[in-house]
Design a protein around this ligand. Structure first.
Ligand code: TYD
Ligand code: MG
Length: 461
């Protein structure tokens, strides 16, 4: 028998190299290549068999119109906020990956969802991180121990697949993918090769059997799923848990969803009885200051299908080092540098000798560019030490030419702001609605200078 072939796999990007190198030739990361055994069939001629089952009769060419799509009935989990991010429930044979920091509530959420479901359909919870007793203890605290949920404390991939194949549940949870290992590979559980192989095998099983799978994945410090990013390509849906562990609110965001909208947001509150859905979250990221404070501006952001009002805070203070600090929490760092440059160039506001810190309150992560205007106005407010009116809410993207660009779903944002008692809004001119929004004075602006001027007039008035 030929000597077992090995390849070197990058733990960052999952790219393969035939030799060991200090730097990954694919993603240029250093010291990320680890040797793994290229198992029989991976890449070889014998391999083609392993994949035929999934692909089915690939040899026949079929016109798209001749295929009769079966609208698979979705299985609602019973947790409304979770269903919302899933796009209405679980699809048979779909594979969902849930990532998030340790201790943020992944196991809690899945145990709650699964036990609620197990009253209606067969469900199996595979735990590799905790023992059966520990899960039972948690279930008792969540007061769900009476659920007919089946538990499997196992980390051997082949045995997990055998059990799932035998019992054919409607839904199974693998907690977590980093703890399972396949006998086909020599490397340790959690290594790139193992995680990838196990995820691929589980996915193949789900597609063939119609069992819906939810896999838990750990996240590294820089926020990516530990090990190979390839996991995100394999699965149908990628959900990330986010939120500040110090606050009780937890957000689940869909990053990829073959069966629903992305960037949909589910909001939960962690209580002593587990996670509770927050059905009307638009105001939870607002701090109502008793007095007017400078450097605070309320942003109307849109997450998936619903608007959220989030307080953006800025602190601008004279720098004591030649390199002033620019720090952003919950907002994009590069975008902050860009906004400061726009502020200087187009509005003549100078910050190069100032430290600038910005923060999205409540641990929410905002990636949409419509946050720009709020960041900008809060920076100007802090710099001049002039508070913005408390009933002001803004949104709008800032372009490099100093223009204020429109954001999608302007109407909905404005209606939400009006509902929460805001009475003034500075918005991109292109977002100005034809009919007035009741209770809301709208100030449409085209340029950064105009927006700053409008805010100043409000401060004076
Ligand atoms: P866990 O769900 O185990 O997180 P993960 O699986 O993502 O690592 O942890 C949830 C955290 O929430 C843990 O720190 C304890 C806390 N918690 C509550 O506050 N209330 C509860 O009812 C439960 C079960 C956990
Ligand atoms: Mg866990």
């Amino acid at each position: 028998m030929a000597k077992a072939k090995t390849v070197h796999v990058c733990s960052e990007c999952g790219g393969q190299s035939p030799r060991w190198q200090g730097q990954c030739p694919h993603c240029k990361a250093w010291n990320t290549l680890t040797e793994t055994v290229l198992e029989q069939g991976q890449g070889g001629a014998a391999s083609s068999k392993r994949f035929t089952a999934l692909a089915g009769n690939t040899a026949t060419l079929t016109p798209l119109s001749a295929l009769e799509p079966r609208e698979a009935p979705r299985l609602p989990t019973g947790l409304e906020e979770f269903d919302r991010v899933l796009g209405g429930g679980l699809v048979p044979g779909a594979v969902v990956l849930i990532g998030g920091d340790p201790g943020i509530g992944k196991s809690t959420l899945l145990l709650q969802a699964l036990s609620a479901l197990s009253h209606r359909v067969a469900a199996i919870y595979v735990t590799g991180e905790e023992s059966g007793e520990q899960v039972a203890l948690r279930a008792r605290r969540l007061q769900i121990e009476a659920a007919p949920l089946m538990l499997l404390a196992e980390i051997n991939m082949e045995r997990i697949l055998a059990t799932l194949g035998e019992h054919k549940p409607r839904l199974a949870v693998i907690d977590s993918i980093q703890t399972v290992y396949s006998e086909a590979l020599q490397s340790a559980p959690g290594s790139v090769a193992q995680v990838r192989e196990c995820a691929a095998q589980l996915t193949r099983f789900a597609k063939q059997s119609g069992v819906s799978l939810i896999m838990v994945g750990h996240v590294t410090k820089d926020g990516t799923l530990a090990g190979p990013r390839v996991l995100e390509h394999i699965v149908d849906t990628v959900l990330y848990f986010e939120g500040d562990t110090h606050s009780s609110f937890r957000l689940i965001r869909a990053f990829k969803n073959r069966f629903g909208a992305v960037n949909e947001l589910g909001v939960f509150a962690m209580t002593d009885k587990g996670l509770r859905g927050v059905s009307n979250p638009s105001a939870i990221f607002l701090t109502r200051h008793d007095q007017q404070v400078s450097g605070s501006c309320v942003l109307i952001t849109q997450e998936g299908t619903r608007p959220l009002l989030v307080e953006i805070q800025a602190l601008v203070d004279s720098a004591h080092s030649p390199n002033p600090r620019r720090l952003s929490v919950g907002l994009e760092q590069n975008r902050l540098a860009m906004l400061l440059a726009v502020l200087h160039k187009h509005a003549g506001v100078v910050c190069f000798d100032q430290d600038v810190f910005v923060n999205a309150v409540g641990g929410v992560r905002i990636s949409e560019p419509a946050a720009d205007l709020a960041v900008l106005l809060s920076i100007v407010s802090s710099l001049r030490n002039k508070p913005l009116p408390r009933e002001l809410a803004v949104f709008g993207e800032v372009g490099l030419a100093g223009e204020i660009r429109p954001a999608p779903r302007g109407q909905e944002r404005l209606r939400e702001a009006a509902k929460l008692g805001f009475n003034t809004a500075i918005i991109p001119r292109a977002n100005a609605p034809r009919q007035p929004v009741e209770g809301l004075q709208l100030i449409p602006v085209d340029r950064v200078e105009e927006a700053i001027e409008a805010a100043r007039n409000l401060q004076l008035g």
